[in-house]
Design a binder for this molecule. Structure first.
Ligand code: PEP
Length: 260
């Protein structure tokens, strides 16, 4: 089955509203209509309205948030709800990023509540999973990925799964400059797909897009995305520069066109 690649920029706590405008003015100008891949930009919350001014008029680029609350509204100081993201025109929301797991103590049960709340609100989750170096060295990759998938996807239906993107992000490769080899990434992606097949059946699993994340850059994007189970990227550092992110998008477009 051929899946449309999805290339997403996770800006983390970078790009003020004015910097967002500067980036997007240039980046959106690279595209004349829809491309062969889905392109997603995830700015910080405060820059989403500014991003929406540019992305709202672009057929090529979609908007994502980097996080959201599982709660619909109420006394949750500092939190942002799915309805708020919907109103700003977000299509996607990144959930369970390793920085949220490690720095903010988010566990699979909490992430699962967010995944279900996002699906119910019509937002497409980009669900991040991945092992630490210690877990990899201990030979625990499959156990860790399976636990994260089962916990984060508890009570998620097959219909909802069709709208969920999985981002496999080995923690040891995020922001370190150390990228998983295409073989390491492919092996993990194939395993993730097999877990999804066990839970939802082959047809659903074959339709799910699985992104690679972890020091993806123009120099390694082509080789990674040519692997059969790698369907795009979640990009941190290399997405902060419009030219470098564009080069990664181009690798996705070349792969999609080669497959069509
Ligand atoms: C990320 O934060 O999702 C990520 C993959 O970061 P980087 O590309 O900088 O490793």
């Amino acid at each position: 089955m051929s899946r449309t690649p999805i290339i997403a920029a996770n800006w983390k706590m970078n790009q003020t509203p004015s910097e967002t405008a500067t980036f997007l003015e240039k980046f959106v100008g690279f595209f004349d209509g829809k491309t062969a891949v889905d392109i997603v930009i995830a700015p910080p919350f405060v820059s989403i309205p500014k991003a929406s001014e540019f992305i709202g008029q672009s057929e090529a680029v979609d908007l994502s948030a980097q996080n959201m609350s599982p709660e619909p509204s109420g006394a949750f100081t500092g939190e942002i709800s799915a309805a708020m993201l919907n109103e700003l025109g977000c299509d996607y929301v990144i959930l369970g990023h390793s920085e949220r797991r490690t720095l903010f103590g988010e566990d699979d049960a909490f992430i699962n509540r967010k995944v279900r709340a996002a699906c119910e609100a019509g937002l497409k989750p980009i669900l991040c999973i991945g092992e630490t170096l210690e877990e990899r060295d201990a030979g625990r990759i499959e156990e860790v990925l399976k636990t994260q998938l089962e916990g984060s996807l508890a009570d998620v239906t097959a219909e909802q799964m069709a709208d969920i993107v999985i981002a496999y992000e080995p923690v040891w490769a995020i922001g370190t400059g150390r990228t998983a080899t295409p073989e390491q990434a492919q092996e993990a992606h194939a395993y993730v797909r097999s877990v999804l097949a066990g839970k939802y059946g082959e047809e659903v699993a074959n339709g799910v897009r699985i992104q690679y994340g972890g020091s993806a850059k123009p120099a390694n994007a082509g080789e990674l995305i040519s692997q059969p189970d790698i369907d795009g990227f979640l990009v941190g550092g290399a997405s902060l520069d419009p030219d470098s992110f564009h080069e990664i998008v181009k690798a996705g477009v070349a792969e999609a066109q080669g497959n069509s």
